[in-house]
Design a protein around this ligand. Sequence first.
Ligand SMILES: NC(=O)c1ccc[n+]([C@@H]2O[C@H](COP(=O)([O-])OP(=O)(O)OC[C@H]3O[C@@H](n4cnc5c(N)ncnc54)[C@H](O)[C@@H]3O)[C@@H](O)[C@H]2O)c1
Ligand SMILES: [Zn+2]
Length: 476
Amino acid sequence: MALNALSRHLVLVGFMGAGKSTLGPVLAKRLGRPFVSIDEVVEERAGASVAEIFAARGEPAFRELEERAALDLLAQRPLSVMELGGGGLGSATTRATLEERAFTLHLQTTAEEAWERVALSGRPLARDRDEFQALFEERRALYEAANGSARDLDGAVLAAAGAHVSNGALERLGELVPGSGDVELVADEHVDSLYGDSVRAALGTRVAGSHVVPAGELAKRAVEAERLWSALRGGRSGAIVVLGGGCTIDIGGFVAATYLRGVSWISVPTTLLAQVDAGIGGKTAIDLPEGKNLVGAFHWPARTVIDPDVLSTLPQSELENGRAEVVKTGLLAGEPLWELETFEQVRRCAAFKSAVCLGDPHDRGDRAQLNLGHTFAHALEAASGYSMAHGHAVALGLLAALRVSGLEDDASRVEEILRPSLARVDREAAWAALARDKKAEDGRPQLVLLEAPGKPRLGVEVQPRVVRAALDSLIA
Ligand SMILES: NC(=O)c1ccc[n+]([C@@H]2O[C@H](COP(=O)([O-])OP(=O)(O)OC[C@H]3O[C@@H](n4cnc5c(N)ncnc54)[C@H](O)[C@@H]3O)[C@@H](O)[C@H]2O)c1
Ligand SMILES: [Zn+2]
């Protein structure tokens, strides 16, 4: 069964009136894929509308045309977002091809909601309220067998990425971890003492082993990876459940990517930073003495399970770290996501990152936008000998990126929200670190800037003196 839409067509299924044709094109745009309506392809090929085909040739003839169009389109590239009409799943051939080539996403609705939307549409199957209700009940099981389900755009993006966000999700890990095979747990030592027992209880007899890693960046050393490789007992079909903040996720995901040449893993991020950023998108890494994240792999998790409830035990300083990434995400999305209550903040930010990463899983293009403010942040962190908190550095980095973008008002707004104190680092050391940054080609720094909130510009070459002035303005 498909776990995500990473290398598959994303096919929206659901009852008529669920909103597939409204949501589909917007979803496609967010994922950087074309949108295809199978009904429209049928209409084009037949030179007649669906209603006309029904009237002139009957439903069976329409279903045949629909099946042929679906099979043709599913065989084609590029990967797209497709809308399959409400009755399209009735064909066993279509269902088998979907199973092989697509991630099916059920756009949920109620019979009442759907009737309100389509009663006046003149659709052939929406003329009588009772028949409509009966058809809704009849098709329910077909839709519920879809690979994922959602009620709105962000829900659809999350489902397509294989991500699940809900309060209390940790206690439901038993259902949320795909399959029924053995799993081994890799957890941050501190998080294990807080949540390990409830996670093991939720997974029950599936837990074949439990391993802890040190809290924080210490976990991301090669020696820890080697220790885990040797301790793991599962075979190729086993899975690793990784529980903790971004550091644990990074090493756990990296070990999953490399152990036995790759086993599947489930990302269970427990810090705000990891729930909105590090836990999503399949980038995994460890550090070298020469620098952070220098060894790693792209390895998309079989599932990402996000339980915002666990943020209740997170220290204030770690919440602030994550908050800087929430503000970054809001600036990229062009919406003040930081104003939402925590659950929605996490859900919306996680969906934003999921969409960007689904569109660019190997970091060859659009994903670079996630580095907004980070060229400055990395320089400050390096100059501080990594004693500075990442969130603090990102907060300052965002100010610099906004200033260089000419968005002074937004910079003031971000300053008010995050109130970062100026960095106490050596200016020359910070400048040298910035020049060494991997984003600086030929010594000319390339930055992610914003044309306006919601409109990132990637790889902008900026005069070194402008960058230097922006960097200096962050330092006490
Ligand atoms: N892979 C990616 O795409 C990506 C993206 C951004 C950042 N990162 C990486 O993430 C790392 C930083 O992650 P982080 O900020 O989550 O730090 P972290 O993993 O060190 O966690 C911070 C602290 O919070 C504690 N903690 C975690 N969850 C808790 C909870 N629910 N309650 C109480 N305490 C809890 C941990 O024990 C730790 O001490 C960096 O190494 C960075 O490189 C990776
Ligand atoms: Zn960051």
